[in-house]
Design a protein around this ligand. Structure first.
Ligand code: HPA
Length: 311
C-alpha cells in the first residue's frame, strides 16, 4: 500500500542518522571552512593558482576596458587564463569584455593584463569588483595601467581622443574600502591626493610624445550605471570641472592606491556625453569608437608599459 510505504519508519530514521549523518556533518564543515576563508586568504589562493600556470613575476598590471581587449593580443608568447577558472574571480557578462588574464612579456617587461573587468552595475560588490587588483598586487605588480571607455563632456575633446586621467570623482555611492580594514592590504585611511601619481603621468606623457599623440588630460567621474547619464547630470558634472564620465575605474584606483601601487589611467573617449548630440547614446557606438582607435591605443600602451617599468 502506497500510504504505508511513505510513512516515516523508525528503522529508516536510524539508517539515515547513523549512515548518512556523518557525511552530512563533513559536508557542513567543509562548507563552513569555505565561508570562513577571509578576503586575504582568497587573494592568496588566486595568486597561487595563477603562479602555478605562470611562474614569472609581473611588474606591470594593465586593465583593459570595454572593447579595448586587442592589446592583449600583442603578446608573442602569453599564458591566458579565463577569469572563470581563477578562484574567487568574478566573470563579466558584458559584451566587449573578454574576461581573461593574459600574462607574458612585452618589450622585455613582464605584464599581467586583465582583458575585461567586472562592474559594480553588474551586481557585484566593490570587494569583488576590485579583487583582481589585490591579486595583481599579490603577484608582484608595482604599477597598474587602468583604461576605460568614457563619454566626453569637454568641448575641446572629440570622440576617438585619448585622455590621461589626472584625478577622479567617485560618484558610485560606495567605496571598496568600507568595512573592516585588513592592515596586511593597506592603511585604514589611504591618501588620495596623488592617486594618479607623477610616475604614471610621466610614463603616459613620454609615451604619447614619442608617438606625436595629442594626449588629452582631465578629470574622470565614475558613476554606478548602468543607465547612461541625463543631460542635466552631464551639465552638473561639467560645472564641477569633470571632463569624462564612465562606470568603472574609481574603485580600482582606490584599491591600487590602498595597496601601494603606482597608477596610470587612460580614458578612451568613445562618445560625446549625453546632451551633446541629437542621437541617443549606445554601447554599439562605444565599441565602434574603441575599435577605431585600437591601433593607436595598442602603441600607447606598449610604450607606456615600458616607461612605467623603466622610468
Ligand atoms: N557614460 C558613461 N559611461 C560610458 C560612456 C558615457 O557616456 N561612454 C562609455 N562609457
Amino acid at each position: 500500500m502506497v500510504f504505508s510505504e511513505n510513512r516515516p519508519n523508525s528503522r529508516n530514521n536510524f539508517v539515515f542518522f547513523y549512515k548518512v549523518g556523518p557525511f552530512l556533518a563533513i559536508l557542513d564543515k567543509v562548507g563552513k571552512n569555505k565561508e570562513q576563508m577571509g578576503y586575504f586568504e582568497e587573494i592568496q589562493e588566486a595568486k597561487r593558482f595563477i603562479q602555478d600556470k605562470f611562474n614569472a613575476t609581473p611588474q606591470i598590471g594593465v586593465v583593459l576596458g570595454s572593447g579595448l581587449g586587442a592589446f592583449a593580443e600583442s603578446f608573442a608568447d602569453a599564458t591566458t587564463i579565463s577569469y572563470g577558472d581563477i578562484p574567487h574571480f568574478a566573470q563579466s557578462g558584458v559584451v566587449g569584455h573578454a574576461g581573461e588574464l593574459v600574462l607574458g612579456e612585452l618589450n622585455g617587461v613582464t605584464c599581467a593584463v586583465m582583458s575585461g573587468r567586472v562592474h559594480f552595475y553588474e551586481g557585484f560588490d566593490m570587494q569583488k569588483v576590485t579583487f583582481p587588483m589585490r591579486v595583481l598586487k599579490a603577484l608582484g605588480c608595482e604599477s597598474i595601467l587602468i583604461t576605460n571607455a568614457a563619454g566626453s563632456m569637454n568641448e575641446n575633446f572629440a570622440p576617438g581622443d585619448i585622455m590621461m586621467i589626472t584625478d577622479h570623482i567617485n560618484m558610485t555611492g560606495d567605496n571598496p574600502l568600507s568595512g573592516p580594514n585588513d592592515e596586511r592590504l593597506g592603511p585604514r585611511f589611504p591618501d588620495m591626493s596623488t592617486a594618479y601619481g607623477p610616475k604614471g603621468q610621466a610614463a603616459l606623457k613620454t609615451a604619447a610624445a614619442e608617438m606625436d599623440l595629442n594626449l588629452r588630460q582631465g578629470v574622470y567621474v565614475g558613476l554606478r550605471g548602468p543607465s547612461y547619464e541625463t543631460p542635466a547630470e552631464i551639465r552638473m558634472f561639467r560645472t564641477l570641472g569633470v571632463d569624462a564620465v564612465g562606470m568603472s575605474t574609481v574603485a580600482e584606483v582606490i584599491v591600487a592606491q590602498h595597496s601601494g601601487m603606482d597608477v596610470a589611467g587612460l580614458s578612451i573617449l568613445t562618445n560625446n556625453a549625453a546632451g551633446f548630440n541629437a542621437e541617443p547614446l549606445s554601447h554599439d557606438e562605444v565599441k565602434e569608437t574603441a575599435d577605431r582607435v585600437k591601433g593607436v591605443l595598442i602603441e600607447l600602451l606598449n610604450k607606456s608599459v615600458k616607461h612605467l617599468a623603466c622610468p
